[in-house]
Design a protein around this ligand. Structure first.
Ligand SMILES: NC(=O)c1ccc[n+]([C@@H]2O[C@H](COP(=O)([O-])OP(=O)(O)OC[C@H]3O[C@@H](n4cnc5c(N)ncnc54)[C@H](OP(=O)(O)O)[C@@H]3O)[C@@H](O)[C@H]2O)c1
Length: 294
């Protein structure tokens, strides 16, 4: 069933959006700003961040748009982002973990971790944990995790999460999104009744910069010419993020997955409680967070 999209006023609401310098995140930040929210965008590049901030302010007519710098592939940078946000803003009503990468070659982060897993899963996992108390102190609050339909094809390789063997772009991407989903379901259960909700989504196939850095300028031009005809616009791609962030209908929904505005079941693996525990524990270890007492 396609969900209705009646947005509530976002006046007085503070929203943090990662990956808002481009594509779906940029359109999401604009949608939130248009609805009157204070929007804090996260960017890894200062010039790009400031340009996106100015564009969103102009297009929305809302001056309450701020930019914080962070390279989400670095855990120190994620920690710094959280520290700066907590010092600057008393509340956090909506956290949208949107930034993501799709990389044909295996890269390592400054922390020595495989880049796709680090940016797509560990960064939002860590950021959410660091901001969780502020979300709980701002209820009603919402966490929105931008996932992907790619997770349906994934199997967690717990012996080699970093894909040292047999790396390929799709395997790395799909595994990172399944990891995000597994940990999201566990956290959503923990949050039940707290006033903070957490939901995941697939925006569908959207024409953005995703994957473009994998190829040179000529191939990029050709790819853009083809993909622009096949993919949805970022504005359309942002609709599910906006629905989960500010619709009345989604206010009480928790621990669900929406595919282009339709609530759907995810892969069987994603509901495996033992697997959720294993990926959660390993993620806690990899981001150096203490395990909770049982
Ligand atoms: N496009 C699709 O068809 C599709 C389908 C399913 C799911 N998704 C998901 O949708 C989300 C948004 O993707 P998109 O399609 O809008 O792609 P995009 O246009 O490439 O945007 C990705 C955003 O993430 C940021 N980012 C990447 N690595 C970062 C890092 N290390 N530190 C900080 N920011 C970083 C990028 O910053 P820069 O501007 O500096 O590069 C950019 O703002 C991703 O999670 C993606 O997996 C997309």
């Amino acid at each position: 069933m396609l969900m209705n999209q009646t947005y509530q006023s976002m006046q007085g609401k503070i929203c943090l959006v990662t990956g808002a310098t481009s594509g779906i995140g940029n359109a999401t930040a604009l949608g939130l700003a248009r609805q009157g929210a204070t929007v804090v965008i996260v960017a890894r590049n200062q010039a790009k961040g400031e340009a996106a901030c100015a564009e969103i302010q102009k297009a929305s007519g809302n001056p309450a748009v701020d930019v914080l710098l962070a390279d989400l592939s670095s855990q120190a940078s994620v920690q710094q982002l959280a520290t700066t946000f907590l010092a600057r803003y008393e509340h956090l009503h909506v956290l949208i973990n949107n930034a993501g990468v799709f990389l044909t070659k295996r890269h390592l982060t400054v922390d020595g971790l495989e880049m796709t897993f680090a940016v797509n899963h560990l960064a939002p996992f860590l950021l959410t944990h660091l901001l969780l108390d502020r979300l709980k102190a701002s209820i009603p609050a919402r966490i929105v995790n931008v996932c992907s339909g790619a997770h349906y094809t994934a199997h967690m390789n717990l012996q080699d999460l970093q894909l040292r063997q047999g790396y390929n772009v799709w395997r790395a991407y799909a595994q990172s999104k399944l990891a995000m989903l597994l940990c999201s379901y566990k956290l959503a259960r923990q949050l039940e009744g707290s006033g903070v909700t957490l939901n995941c989504l697939n925006p569908g196939f959207v024409f953005t910069n995703m994957g473009m850095t994998n190829v040179g300028p000529r191939a990029q031009m050709m790819a853009k010419a083809i993909l622009s005809r096949l993919g949805a616009s970022p504005e359309k791609g942002a609709l599910t993020s906006l629905f989960l962030s500010m619709s009345r209908e989604a206010e009480l929904i928790n621990g669900k997955y929406f595919d282009k505005l339709v609530m759907k079941r995810t892969s069987e693996d994603s509901y495996d409680l033992a697997l959720q525990e294993q990926v959660w524990s390993e993620s806690m270890r990899l981001v150096n967070l203490p395990m909770e007492a049982k």
